[in-house]
Design a protein around this ligand. Structure first.
Ligand code: NAD
Length: 530
């Protein structure tokens, strides 16, 4: 397998967008694929030029990967939890120390602006620190209330599932390859990861860092290939599925996992609302809304595609928001000088273009942006703000997953809540108000798994002690917090019964015993037993 970089550093300025061939060669060796594997070429979104040639795993390779992971898992699960947690404090430092090269890879494969790549670096550090230090609390054996006080002694144990299959999309390729794996590994599992092929090198470099941090070789395996083939084979072979991607694919994965009766958590799409209340700090809201709508060029599951503006402040807000949008710097630099990067693929560009053209054709007004920018790069699209979007337009309810937001005016908090709750999704929301209690109250009425008050999306995302995920069609299960790690375990109840058991004692017949138990239950309730 010879990964290739096409641009010639001597003659072609696009060479700055190439991956070091030695690095690519080293990384692809970690993919589980046979010696005669077919290959696939990935292309740099910034330039459209070829980036790397990657091996494609087969369903048989998936079985090889799962078997190897299973073999490594036995020894790993037998280690004390403190030993399993230790590598992740090392990973915390490694990721921060190697951020330059990681960000280069993320940008090359995914096309995002560097600042949005840094969110991924920070996320890995935060999640690694959190679970390395908190897992023992989340997973320790717990004494639980037994059936009879004193007589029944009950303990809850947490056992690893075994081999966890992680299927990840391309949009946050670094963090989505690593953070769920952190929790799964500390819980005592092995992991087989199927990243999106477009962003495989990022995932593979992250895997190298995991190994350098002290995670045993073999415990994390990587397979690559088409989702319908390799992803499906993985779902068929693992003990638990951790899927992040579109709602449509999530339904397929859930059905397949359901047929096998293995658990699955599903982090899916959204059509997230941002509400600017009448008392919002409008400058702060405008700055936050730019990030909320256009981070990673809108290719962020928790970014805002609907902006609900209280009518009393809508014009004043837009007067602050639109100039900020128009001033955004689009570009391909591998530094922090750019505000908005590229879309990842022709498919994404086509969807974004179709949504905007459909809205325009049906009467929406373009307040900012509204066109592709091939002069910057083949897949760039301007940050776009639409007004007058109606229910018949595709972008009203469908996830665009691009730099496009629609503006709606509302006359009250109640109307904002009702509009935010329209549609099937329920992933994230952002509320801007000077009255934080009011923000919390509004947030509790919005059917979304995470709500940020006076922040775009990052505050709730980075607050990893609490669960994060989607309600309704945006997902099943949660990452982060206790749920984010216990999902990778089987709960077990071990109860020791002493003295009197559940059968009738002392020669009592069944009716007399039922009578005695009835008295006992009443006494337990009166005594406050929980
Ligand atoms: P996608 O569903 O097309 O693909 C996601 C992953 O699933 C890829 O690795 C793909 O190869 C694999 N896959 C595809 N078909 C499969 C199948 N039948 N069986 C198993 N695996 C299969 O999603 P995408 O377009 O790559 O990603 C964008 C979507 O992901 C958006 O909808 C976005 O909102 C969502 N997303 C959600 C979160 C979250 O945390 N909720 C985070 C990031 C992205």
């Amino acid at each position: 397998m010879s990964p290739e970089t096409i641009a010639d550093p001597e003659t072609d300025p696009r060479a700055t967008y190439a991956v070091d061939p030695a690095l690519a060669r080293r990384l692809v060796r970690r993919v589980v694929a046979g010696p005669r594997a077919t290959t696939v070429t990935t292309y740099a979104p910034f330039t459209g030029s070829p980036l790397a040639v990657l091996p494609v795993s087969t369903p048989d390779d998936v079985l090889v990967a799962v078997d190897a992971a299973r073999a490594a898992q036995r020894g790993w699960a037998g280690r004390p939890l403190a030993d399993r947690a230790r590598p992740f404090l090392v990973l915390h430092d490694l990721v921060l120390d190697h951020q330059g090269e990681l960000l280069d890879l993320v940008q090359l494969e995914c096309g995002k602006a560097r600042a949005h790549g840094f969110e991924e670096v920070a996320d890995i550090a935060i999640v690694s620190r959190h679970y390395a230090r908190r897992a023992s609390q989340y997973l320790r054996p717990r004494r639980r209330q037994g059936a009879f006080p004193v007589l029944s002694s009950t303990h809850e144990l947490r056992h690893p599932k075994g081999v966890v299959g992680i299927i990840a999309p391309w949009n946050y390729p670094l963090t989505l390859a690593v953070t769920d794996a952190v929790a799964a590994l500390i819980a005592g599992n092995a992991v087989v990861l199927k990243p999106d092929t477009q962003t495989a090198l990022t995932a593979l470099r992250a895997l190298e860092l995991l190994t350098e941090a002290g995670v045993p070789e073999g415990l994390v395996q990587v397979v690559l290939g088409e989702g319908e083939v390799v992803g499906a084979a993985l779902v068929d072979a693992v003990d638990y599925v951790c899927f992040t991607g579109s709602t449509a694919t999530g339904r397929t994965v859930a059905a397949q996992a359901g047929r096998r009766l293995v658990g699955a958590s599903l982090e899916l799409g959204g059509k997230n609302a941002l509400y600017v209340a009448a008392d919002a700090d409008l400058d702060r809201a405008a700055e936050g809304a730019v990030r909320a709508c256009f981070a990673s060029a809108g290719q962020l599951c928790i970014s805002s595609e609907r902006m609900l503006l209280h009518e009393d402040v809508a014009d004043a807000f837009l007067a602050r928001f639109l100039p900020r949008v128009e001033a955004m710097r689009l570009g391909t630099s591998l530094d922090y000088s750019v505000d908005c990067g590229s879309l990842v693929s022709k498919r994404q560009l086509d969807v974004v273009t179709a949504h905007v053209e459909d809205a325009r054709a049906r009467g929406a007004r373009v307040l900012a942006g509204g066109r592709a920018r091939p002069d910057v790069g083949p897949l760039f699209y301007e940050p776009t703000v639409l007004d007058g979007v109606t229910t018949d337009m595709t972008c009203y309810a469908e996830e665009t997953f691009g730099p496009v937001v629609s503006v709606y005016r509302v006359s009250s908090d109640d109307e904002a809540v009702a509009r935010a709750n329209e549609g099937d999704y329920g992933l994230s929301a952002s509320i801007w108000t000077r009255d934080v209690d009011r923000g919390r109250r509004i947030g509790a009425r919005i059917k979304a798994g995470t709500v940020n008050v006076n922040e775009a999306y990052a505050a709730a995302w980075a607050s990893v002690g609490a669960p994060m995920g989607g309600m309704r069609s945006s997902g099943v299960g949660r990452r982060h917090g206790a749920e984010g790690i216990t999902r990778f375990t089987e709960g077990q109840n071990i109860t020791v019964q002493r003295g009197i058991g559940f059968g009738a004692p002392f020669g009592l017949d069944a009716e007399q015993w039922a009578g005695a138990l009835t008295v006992g239950l009443k006494i337990m309730k009166r005594a406050g037993v929980r």
